[in-house]
Design a protein around this ligand. Sequence first.
Ligand code: NAD
Length: 283
Amino acid sequence: MPAKLIDGKAVAAQLRASLAPRVARLAARGVRPALAAVLVGDDPASQLYVRNKVRACADTGVRSEVHAFPADAGATALADRIERLNADERVHGIIVQLPLPPALDAARLLASISPAKDVDGFHAQNLGALLQGRPRFVPGTPAGVLRLIEHAGVPIAGRRAVVIGRSTIVGKPTALLLLQRDATVTLCHSKTPDLAPLAREADILVVAAGRAKLVGRAMVKPGACVIDVGINRAADGKVVGDVDFDAVREVAGWLTPVPGGVGPMTVAMLIANTVEAAERTLD
Ligand code: NAD
């Protein structure tokens, strides 16, 4: 039997709808949640991602503002803007769309965002809280991955989970979240020799390497839950994940499509974090 597809678009729409009563409760107390996105340069992919976030905000009743800077913007101008946004009571969440032009120090800029407004969850304080098992703002993609696994009803506690990819924004936090749910987690990366037998042990396989068709049928345990985070541009211009979809569909128990899997969840979790940031100002 082919794998059940996990529909990220539908789960993300449900999540956004579930935010409506929270946004209404905030409105009743005179608060409109707001997200500020800092966008530097004219990379079309970054512009598209920011447009998607702005649209998702509008759908959810969250106010958004885009702070666009030219590609040659100086670090001081950006730091000044972040400082202003940190102090602005009408702004609850601040994100810096990555990647930044190479001349800018992304880590430094991200560190200047107030942890209470860091709705991308990339600040060391928020990543540290996640490591300690008391997460505050969890990065959207890993949080979305967990939400999809839970939505599918796939058991996590006591199961073997393998995460391929160890970036700070996807692989590492995903591994931590699975560990927190009592999975036994293996974190693989580009220096892992002989990936296939490790991947084949996984009841839950999360692939976030950015390599089209990295995971084929032989790397998947029959019945496993396979979450494909990858976004790659195929030779024909189509967007594909890291998993050989048609082949793995024949063997996996559950599978996320690309597009329409993890991507929509990333944005929905960001909006959820923004609403939460606004709620915290009333605590
Ligand atoms: P990254 O380049 O920072 O990290 C990639 C990781 O994969 C590294 O840890 C590397 O060691 C590992 N890797 C690379 N080749 C490998 C191989 N052959 N075998 C094993 N491990 C290998 O990328 P990232 O930011 O973590 O993103 C990963 C992928 O997920 C990209 O395709 C990116 O576009 C996508 N992504 C999707 C979303 C979404 O919302 N769907 C969000 C963020 C990233």
